[in-house]
Ligand binder design. Structure first.
Ligand code: CA
Length: 512
């Protein structure tokens, strides 16, 4: 009898204990991570940053429900180098990828590898662009090189595979499928890398009608005579003179002069078009036939032709952005429908900034704001209430330390960035007062350069192709139109920035 009572009391105590313990969904304490990065996505083409060009409601949601970084910069504004910085948390001179031609050494330390070693399921889907095969991922399925837009080839865990559809949609479907089939008892880290906003900007067929003949506002620094800017005088990246009639403007003109620097371009363009189904190819041809008529109307009037080129560039670029925004919406929906919103940190960024006509340019590379600055927003409801913004100077170098920190993993001493978590957790944080930049490639006539940017000033030294210095006061000249390097009024500030430059080169071990 007594024994029965004791057993009953014991059972009651156990059931009381189990009632007060955590519900099943909280068993997995570690946060999930979704890192979405689009190639060449300019912050100017995200409505959270700039309402004048395109509406991106889904990407904006990440900012509105999280934190938006208004001064997020890269260390080296070009594709593969930026990807290597993000993965390693180290500057280009230490991660072995200063330019697009180097092969990323997959044996080195990366944040996905560390997450994997700490019990995370890891996946990499989309554009990789680092020449070696991805390492540190339980699943990877990547585009070869730049990848194709239509019915694209992928390398799935080392095996050649082809998928039907538009590349942005394929990357989204592969990502959703991986999320659905993952082990739901373990935390995950998904890297999802979109390619479409990269040149040659070929849109989804269903989006070919968007933005047609829209009057896009010209950037305030569209017309720049390059006075005092020696490096801009020798580059070959202007909308006006260096875009290809066939590849960039999609005009099927066999007799048109093409730009010699892009002599590879037309062949590449036709190869990409050949992947369309006959029905889709017909829709493509109908769309661009109309543009061809306009082309013949404007091509002999220089000022009209220049504006037409800018419009043609924006139409296709923004059509690609619309697909990326749709993709982000699908991922956010999945998180919501599966109760994963609270415990998932979602990052949206680009591998660098991009010129959308500023200084008359397309592309990236230069230390001017539009190329050096990238979009960056993070949603993490568990720690960030939403609608937060920061003007602190951050870099893509900070991504790896941040994600490790949020996952509760100690940040390796040799990573050179800082955890951004300090920014949203501590309003009194002691943050950096200057950032360092170093670009190495000579492609398209761009001159290698390094420099320093503080909250207000920027000092640049172009040291190859041309040898020249530039200095900007971003408070009085945010469009960077006037090089003040020889202005006696700024002598002291230039000296201070020169000292800062040397200090940062020593700290980051980039001894010139
Ligand atoms: Ca890029």
């Amino acid at each position: 009898m007594n024994q029965t009572i004791i057993i009953l009391i014991t059972c009651l105590s156990i059931s009381l204990i189990s009632c007060t313990s955590n519900p099943p969904q909280n068993i997995q304490e570690k946060p999930n991570i979704i890192f979405i990065m689009s190639d060449d996505h300019a912050y100017q083409a995200i409505s959270a940053y700039n309402s004048g060009l395109v509406n991106t409601p889904n990407i904006d949601l990440i900012a509105n429900q999280g934190i938006r970084f208004n001064k997020a910069f890269v260390t080296n504004s070009i594709c593969a180098p930026s990807r290597a910085v993000i993965l390693s948390g180290k500057f280009s001179h230490l991660n072995g990828v200063p330019g697009n031609d180097q092969v990323f050494d997959g044996n080195q330390q990366t944040f996905p590898k560390i997450l994997q070693q700490n019990g995370y399921q890891t996946a990499m889907i989309g554009k990789w662009h680092l020449k070696s095969h991805p390492t540190g991922f339980d699943y990877w399925n990547v585009l070869p090189g730049q990848g194709d837009y239509y019915n694209p080839d992928f390398i799935k865990q080392g095996k050649d595979t082809t998928y039907n559809g538009y590349v942005t949609d394929v990357i989204t479907e592969l990502s959703l499928s991986w999320l659905k089939n993952r082990d739901k008892n373990e935390p995950f880290c998904l890297l999802m890398h979109h390619k479409a906003p990269h040149r040659s900007w070929m849109p989804a067929i269903k989006n070919l009608d968007l933005f047609d003949d829209m009057d896009f506002p010209l950037p305030g620094n569209f017309y720049d005579g390059y006075a005092g800017k020696e490096a801009l005088k020798v580059q070959m990246l202007t909308v006006k003179d260096h875009m290809d009639v066939r590849m960039d403007f999609k005009i099927p003109c066999e007799t048109c002069d093409t730009v010699s620097v892009n002599s590879w371009a037309p062949g590449e363009y036709w190869r990409r078009l050949d992947r369309l189904s006959p029905d889709d190819r017909q829709k493509w041809d109908e769309t661009y036939k109309k543009e061809e008529y306009e082309f013949y109307e404007v091509k002999d009037d220089e000022s009209k032709y220049d504006l037409w080129k800018y419009r043609r560039y924006m139409e296709d670029y923004l059509r690609c952005i619309v697909s990326v925004d749709e993709s982000v919406g699908q991922i956010l929906d999945y998180l919501k429908e599966n109760g994963l919103e609270e415990n998932t940190i979602i990052v949206y960024t680009s591998d660098q900034g991009f010129f959308l006509g500023e200084h008359g340019l397309f592309d990236k590379r230069f230390m001017y704001e539009e190329a050096m600055r990238s979009p960056l927003m993070i949603r993490y409801p568990k720690e960030i209430e939403g609608n937060l913004q920061t003007e602190l100077l951050t870099q893509n170098l900070d991504i790896a330390p941040t994600l490790l920190d949020v996952a509760g993993i100690s940040i390796p001493d040799d990573m050179q960035g800082k955890s951004l978590r300090d920014i949203w957790q501590n309003s009194e944080t002691q943050w950096r007062d200057a950032i360092y930049y170093h670009y190495y490639e000579k492609g398209f006539g761009a001159s290698p350069h390094y420099g320093v940017r503080t909250d207000r000033f920027k000092l640049i030294h172009f040291y190859d192709v041309v040898d020249s210095w530039e200095f900007y006061d971003l408070e009085t000249d945010p469009n960077e139109m006037e090089n003040l390097y020889n202005d006696p009024g700024y002598e002291q500030q230039i000296r201070e920035l020169s000292d800062k430059l040397i200090e940062l080169q020593e700290i980051y071990m980039d001894i010139i």
